[in-house]
Design a protein around this ligand. Sequence first.
Ligand code: LLP
Length: 420
Amino acid sequence: MSHSAFHYVDGVLHVEGVSAASLAEQFGTPLYVYSRDALTRAYHAYADACAGRRATVHVAVKANSNLAVLNVFARMGAGFDIVSSGELARVLAAGGKAENTVFSGVGKSAAEMREALEAGVKCFNVESIPELHALNEVAKSLGKKAPVSLRVNPDVDAKTHPYISTGLKSNKFGVAFKDARATYAQAHEMANLDVIGIDCHIGSQITEVSPYLDALDKLLELVEQIEADGMSIRHVDVGGGLGITYDDETPPDIGEFVKTLLDHIEKRGHGQREVYFEPGRSLVGNAGVLLTRIEFLKPGEEKNFAIVDAAMNDLARPAMYEAFHRIVPVVKRDEKAHKYDVVGPVCESGDWLGRDRELAIAPGDLLAICSAGAYGFVMSSNYNTRPRAAEIMVDGERARLVREREEVTQLFAGESILPD
Ligand code: LLP
């Protein structure tokens, strides 16, 4: 958690100047709450380190696509990284600009390519030869040239969870390093493509700089070969992935991380190129919490359970990756703590939010699940016909509802029964 934005006042958790307990009273639970200040600080950490250098920040929309969140970044002049035409529509609705948006993703449809080309995105991060052909055709049909970067798979170990590690040979992502030079040559031959850059993305929740430097070395070596082949590479996109502190991780400071990468690129003689960053988690992760209320305490033979009103459909990360999120009481109690598994009401044993947590709690109490701003709401579902949570943005002393809680009737509004 960002210490300034989330803190206790007289034993009550506050988000900036607003009591989390009063937010839960007013808007109900489960409730996602974001701090504008924490979003702003995280963005500035990147943007300030990029200032005066040829480097730009593209917010990875997939980490948190709420319009109010995207708008906070758009107002500060951020670019965006999208992976679908749905995300493009969100960026535009939130005041972002297509010309500052890069389009990533391994399986873009022709319709998505068309929409993005018509909107005028800055670059397509292409991941395969068939995708190059498809994009070339779409661009031709529109009488345009599509700006293209190839996502190269540098085959480095990002030392993170296998499900969120993306730069190994065994991953589905990117063009294999050994094929990259030939793929660039093919792209160069396509009349409706304009080859302008190179990119990679080696994984997420990376808490060391060294895998980035390894990836950069391989990328820059390739850039030299490609330019020797007669193409010019204007930008190098290093992807996203810097990790955050969920528990006791110690990721590098964002500003230091950016400077280390930019210095490395300069030292290698590539300082004239523009560098793109695509951070997601490190911008939004510790700017949000998920508030939940305890329904029941259930002592068990081996474990005690705190059954809460948030579940795996609200926050999928523990169930999906066994991810750790700190869980804290919203109103502190003086009583003795006991060990609980914090679990949701969904009918699956995988529906847990935290295991073996020392908590002094009673039924009806509120808990805050920390570091829930990234890959939280965006990965939520309606499993068990559970309406998705509301989202709140706190700005100083004010709190604003930035997404209404879903109603059950909305969930099956598009369904119908057979007529006979
Ligand atoms: N760029 C590309 C091409 C990506 O695939 C991703 C994330 C990012 C940027 C942003 O990476 P970040 O800075 O957030 O690490 N759902 C998982 C994380 C999946 C990340 C997918 N790609 C989780 O909850 O941990």
